[in-house]
Design a protein. Sequence first.
Length: 137
Amino acid sequence: MSQALSADLKNRLQWSLLSLRVGVFIVLGMWVLDKLVNPSHTAAVLNAFYGIGDASTSVVTIMGVLQLVLVLAFLAGIKKRITYGLVFVMHAISTFATYERYIDGLNNLLFFAAWPMLAACLALYLLRDEDVKFTVK
């Protein structure tokens, strides 16, 4: 009976990790889409939160293409140590870069959504060897 429970737990864990991976991909995919469709918005974000002014459309587009490759590899579960790690670091940077928004939290509630996503990215990184459902071997 414990093997059946173990198999059931393993199956539920794999589906849970897949759901986290797809959920994180959806958010990151929208970030990528924004860079490719509306690079001026990304340039404004880079200026406001990272102090990077005058980011050209070309630079933002290159960032978008590179992030697209990363998030597609992440979604497919390719080179998990690298892709899951880069996704975690990338999201951590964006979460911490907006620290001023947390000070006035009630007027910036949407920024707090970054924290559970950061936790999901960390869980995926830590459990990457168990995240095997619909991944590329």
